[in-house]
Design a protein around this ligand. Structure first.
Ligand code: SF4
Ligand code: SF4
Length: 95
């Protein structure tokens, strides 16, 4: 009988999770959420480059960026680096 591997919430502190992040949604770690003002956004894609979770993607169909909130951990790097100040971090559930 094979044992079900543990998720990141079940392993001990300092334990190493052997599953890739694509196997589970890390977005539920988030307490703050990035929200973009499309009127301020210049579509420079810097946020796409700096996001450590690859949670900002270019959508070819809409010709615009989009956030994947399943994987965004709410670190705020995108908001910090956006030169146009188009991204603000808002408390989760308060947007
Ligand atoms: S860094 Fe700012 S201006 Fe550039 S694409 Fe991202 S949100 Fe838009
Ligand atoms: S808050 Fe962090 S993880 Fe989320 S989209 Fe911005 S840079 Fe990526």
């Amino acid at each position: 009988m094979s044992q079900q591997p543990k998720g990141w919430k079940e392993i001990s502190i300092a334990g190493v999770c052997w599953k890739p992040a694509t196997d589970y949604h890390t977005g539920d770690w988030r307490s703050f959420k990035p929200v973009r003002d499309p009127k301020k956004c210049t579509k420079c894609l810097l946020c796409h480059i700096v996001c450590p979770d690859a949670a900002i993607q270019w959508n070819k169909e809409t010709q615009d960026i989009e956030f994947n909130y399943d994987f965004c951990k709410g670190c705020g790097i995108c908001a910090n680096e956006c030169g146009a100040k188009a991204i603000v971090m808002v408390q989760e559930g308060g947007e």
